[in-house]
Design a protein around this ligand. Structure first.
Ligand SMILES: [Zn+2]
Length: 134
């Protein structure tokens, strides 16, 4: 289990720009990095094209896994957006979590996107602190 995920401000902004461009639909993607530090985001088409759920396009997801491996990185996170909230993972997110990685939720309230991280295991979610640097 991971309790802190580090990422830099520009990577966070890159994900916000991506999910904002996808709104009002949910956006989704993968985060690659090393140990507890995220280094790269890869947006994946939301096959569900829904404002309330996401299904990653399987072939894009496989391509992303290949890219991550060939660049010597690991899959360390999955992000998706909740364009109309809530800030936390949903019961569906918990039920469908397939990988032992940090799940980042970008939720929209007022005019800002907010990011929170969660570790999902054995049917429950615990908050992961996002440490944003430089
Ligand atoms: Zn969700």
């Amino acid at each position: 289990m991971m309790s802190v995920l580090e990422l830099n401000k520009s990577l966070l902004q890159e994900m916000i720009t991506y999910v904002d461009g996808y709104a009002p639909l949910e956006a989704c993607g993968l985060l690659a990095g090393k140990e507890a530090r995220a280094e790269k985001m890869i947006g994946v088409t939301n096959q569900a094209q829904s404002p309330a759920r996401f299904v990653m396009d399987p072939s894009e997801q496989l391509q992303a896994f290949d890219w991550i491996e060939s660049n010597g990185l690991d899959l360390i996170g999955i992000f998706h957006s909740h364009p109309t909230g809530p800030e936390i993972v949903s019961a569906t997110d918990i039920a469908e979590a397939a990988y032992p990685v940090v799940h980042l939720i970008f939720s929209h309230s007022d005019s800002d996107w907010k990011a929170r991280g969660f570790w999902i295991e054995d049917g429950s979610a615990r908050e992961v602190i996002l440490r944003v640097t430089g």
